[in-house]
Every structure is written in C-alpha cells, then in structure tokens.
Design a protein around this ligand. Structure first.
Ligand code: AHG
Ligand code: MN
Ligand code: MN
Length: 333
C-alpha cells in the first residue's frame, strides 16, 4: 500500500475547501522547520544543542541552547512565506509581526519551539507544539497591525494545530478540524508519511500521567482522583491503574493518543494558575485531543472555551480519555 505524504494530505484538504493555499503552505513550512529541529535533536551533544544558554525566558525559566536553536529555526522558516501576520513563541516576550519588507498574511502562529527541555540532555523525547489562528480584521475590513489583542482568542477559534515528537521516530500530529492525523518522518526520503489516520482515543483507560512530586500541593478533587487510582482494585474504582510521566507533554500526549490515558498538570499551591501555557501548549493539545474523541478541561471548564487574558498565561490541564476527564471534572463540581 502506498501511503500519502503530508503534502498530499494537505493538497486533498485544500481541494475539498477545508484549508486554503496559505494555510497549506504555513503547515508545510512548520513541518519543514520540525524536520530541521529533529536533525538538531538527533545530533545530541555533537550539535551544540545541549547545555544551558545562560539566559531565561519571560516566564523566568532557564533556556537551553536547543530551546533557542529551535526558536531560531521556526522564526527563520516563517518569516518570508507571506502567509503570516505575526507570531508568538514561548521563548519571546512580545508578539513578532512579519517584517514589513515581506508580505503580511492572514494567519497568526503560536509555538512552543522545544517542549520538554529538561529532557534534552538526558536523551528523552522532546518536541514542538504549534497553534494557528486567523488574524482578526479591523472595523474597516482591513487587516490590523497585529498586536497582543489579536492573539487573545479562545482555543475553539484555532484553524490548525499540531505537534512533533522527536523520539525514537519523529512523529507529527496535526489537525485542521477534520480529525487528528499522525505522520512519521521517513529519514530516507525526508518526508512526513501518513501513518495514523483519524486517531481515536479510547473513552476508558487505566493509565494516568501526573507529576506525583507535587501531591502535597494538589487541590482536594485531584488528590481524591489520584488516591482512587492508586487504591486500584482495593478502592472505589475496582481496577488497577498504571502510571507514566515523561515530563515532555508532547510524549505524554502522544501516548494518550496512541493507547488512551489521562494526562493531568493541575494547578497547585505553588503553581497557582497551573504550569502549562494556555495558548501554545494547552490549546493546541486540547484541539487535537478533542478531534481524536477525547476531552480537555482545566478541571472545570473546557479548555477551548477559555478566553485568554495574556499571551503567556498558564492554565491547569486535564486531558485524554473522555470518561476519565469527565470524572475528574465532576470531582471539581
Ligand atoms: P517546556 O520545556 O516547554 O517548558 O515545557 C515542559 C512542560 C511539559 O512538557 C511537561 O509536561 C512539564 O513541563 C513537565 O513539568 P515537570 O518538570 O514539573 O514534571
Ligand atoms: Mn512546553
Ligand atoms: Mn518549550
């Protein structure tokens, strides 16, 4: 059987009218950047990406060399294509409008260039996450000069989202709103090949992912849920649960998409708003998970319905198998 490439997949969607040529080119550009990042990740200590850069991002987190390299690769790739109005990155404080000497397009791009940076130096999977929005038009129907406000749209407005995982294989998962699809990087032809059609997350699961070192700081509903999982067949759930925590959201979510599961990064008494960022971690992942038949909330509210207040806002995240997410959400009521 001949499998479709990412390009074929996107062309089909353009022909059916789901995406336009600009969005297709934008996704192609992001995928190309992900390939370049994948090559850098694979070089490991030989590629200069290991170690600390000696700088911190706007959220006060220390940046690794590979965080900055990945950011540069994505910036360079997206600067001149003509399909972007502006972009936002985890590694940059402010909105970066497309330079005036290039045509300005209709889309806004947000990304986490390198997710799971604490895993770079220890040879565990890392990845890239992205979200695409439409740039709102001004009252006169003209495109506005893109500012922070243009980006502050709830996640349900996303027109595309995706993530790459640089693991034993490089995988790219994307959605343009008609299901979630997975692609594997073929290192001989250097193309992404469709390997997971219409991903479906099992509605039930016996596997959870959470950083249990935060247990003493959790709110009671989360504590209750995890206690019940841990009690296993001796407790109210009547079955044993397994636990996984990669500490790279991309890898944890990829596992949930592959074999079901629930992923939680709740707010706690230290991370009062949560740990993950709404606009370039929670929103794109929530979009993909919903497209795969799963659910995503902040414990109470559907993530995609949350109105963002600022670019680098943090949020609690509960996502994955529908029935487990429902249960955690009901414990919060
Ligand atoms: P980033 O490397 O982009 O800052 O994101 C890391 C995130 C996420 O990938 C992961 O789920 C979580 O941080 C891990 O947090 P802990 O170190 O608290 O486990
Ligand atoms: Mn991240
Ligand atoms: Mn990151």
């Amino acid at each position: 059987m001949r499998r479709a490439s990412l390009s074929q997949f996107l062309i089909e969607r353009q022909r059916s009218g789901r995406i336009n040529a600009d969005l297709r080119l934008l996704i192609e550009t992001i995928a190309r950047a992900c390939k370049a990042i994948s090559t850098r990740v694979n070089k490991g200590p030989l590629g200069g990406g290991h170690g600390n850069a000696g700088t911190a991002n706007v959220q006060g987190e220390l940046q690794k060399n590979l965080d900055l390299m990945s950011n540069e690769i994505l910036l360079e790739a997206n600067e001149w294509g003509g399909n972007l109005a502006a972009l936002v990155s985890e590694e940059m404080e402010d909105v970066k409008p497309t330079p005036t000497h290039y045509p300005r397009g209709e889309y806004l791009l947000l990304f986490d260039p390198l997710d799971g940076s604490s895993n770079i130096d220890v040879n565990i999977s890392v990845g890239t996450i992205f979200s695409v929005l439409r740039c709102p038009q001004g009252p006169d129907g003209q495109m506005r000069v893109p500012d922070e406000k243009c980006f502050l749209q709830p996640g349900r407005e996303q027109v595309a989202a995706g993530f790459a995982v640089y693991g034993p294989t490089t995988q790219l998962v994307i959605t343009v709103g008609d299901g979630a699809y997975g692609f594997t990087l073929d290192r001989e032809t250097y193309t992404f090949v469709l390997t997971q059609e219409q991903i479906r997350i099992a509605e039930d699961t016996a596997e959870f992912a959470i950083n249990a070192s935060n247990m003493r700081r959790w709110e009671p509903p989360v504590k209750r849920y995890i206690d019940e999982c841990l009690a296993g067949s001796d407790g109210p759930r009547g079955k044993d649960f397994n636990m996984r925590w990669v500490a790279s959201m991309v890898a944890d979510v990829f596992r949930v998409l592959s074999r079901g599961g629930i992923f939680l990064y709740p707010r706690d008494s230290k991370n009062k708003e949560g740990r993950l960022r709404l606009m370039y971690e929670a929103n794109p992942m929530a979009f993909i998970v919903e497209q795969a038949g799963g659910a995503a909330t902040d414990g109470a509210t559907r993530i995609l319905d949350i109105q963002p207040q600022k670019l680098h806002q943090r949020i609690a995240v509960v996502l994955g198998s529908k029935n487990e997410v429902k249960r955690v959400t009901s414990y919060h009521k």
